[in-house]
Design a protein around this ligand. Sequence first.
Ligand SMILES: [Zn+2]
Length: 159
Amino acid sequence: MSASPARRQAPAARAPRVLTGTVCITRQVHFNSAHRLYNPTRSLAWNQKQYGLCTNPHWHGHNYVLEVTVQGTPDPVTGYLIDLGELKRILHRAVVDRCDHRNLNEEVPFLRGIIPSTENLVIAFWNEIAPHIKTGRLHCVRLYETPRNFAEYHGPDAT
Ligand SMILES: [Zn+2]
């Protein structure tokens, strides 16, 4: 016995319940880069005292881990604040593709002339990433230089 047309019809779609709240969502990406901490306005002795091995004129490298957090409210239709695939693409275009397997002092135009400390890098990365975040707002750029050392930046308006 076949079901009547009324039975075959899908039940009326019920809209999902919408929860309200401000959330943070984070994407992590990795890259490897060489750099040197060196202030050219100071003597070599000053740089060696200040930076130790990190001022080695023959460079050294890090396995950087970059975590970028976007804050906002989930879209009622998708449940997403931001599509993490899209955030990954933004981070690759803005940072990873330009820094991975590069010398941060010499090869990355948006870092030219700065001392590539973790502190300076999070500010520079924020400036490159922020214009591409169209849903929610950029909340935090966190960069691990080593598993124990990291810096965070919450943007120019944060106190
Ligand atoms: Zn270093």
